[in-house]
Design a protein around this ligand. Structure first.
Ligand code: FES
Length: 107
C-alpha cells in the first residue's frame, strides 16, 4: 500500500490547463515506486491557480504546474528538493482547509 500520494486535480479548470496530461505523465514517471500513488482529486478549490497538485502526507501544494515541471515534481516525490517556484499563489487558509480534509482521510 502506498504511503505517499500525489493528488492531481482533475476538475474542469485544471483539466483545461492540462492536468489530464500531467496526471498521466506523473503516473508513468512514478510507476516503479511501490510506496507512491498518483491519484486524481475532485477539486482543491484553488481552481484559478491550477493545475494544482498536492503531495500528501508532505502537505506541499504545487500550483500553476506546467508539463515541463513534471520531472522536478517526480524528483521531489522520490526524495529530492521541494520545487519552491511552484509553491506560491495559494491562500494559506485554503491550504490548511484542504490539509485538514486530507488528514481526515478524504481522498
Ligand atoms: S479545478 Fe482544480 S482546484 Fe478546482
Amino acid at each position: 500500500m502506498a504511503s505517499k500520494y500525489v493528488l492531481v486535480c482533475q476538475n474542469v479548470d485544471c483539466m483545461q490547463r492540462g492536468s489530464g496530461e500531467l496526471f498521466q505523465k506523473l503516473k508513468d514517471k512514478l510507476a516503479g515506486s511501490e510506496d507512491i500513488e498518483v491519484k486524481s482529486y475532485i477539486c482543491f478549490g484553488g481552481c484559478q491557480s491550477g493545475p494544482n497538485i498536492v503531495l500528501y502526507p508532505q502537505k506541499v501544494w504545487y500550483c500553476g504546474v506546467k508539463q515541463s515541471d513534471v520531472e522536478d515534481i517526480a524528483a521531489h516525490v522520490e526524495g529530492g528538493p521541494e520545487v519552491e517556484r511552484l509553491t506560491h499563489g495559494i491562500d494559506p487558509t485554503l491550504k490548511d482547509l484542504i490539509y485538514q480534509v486530507l488528514d481526515a482521510g478524504l481522498f
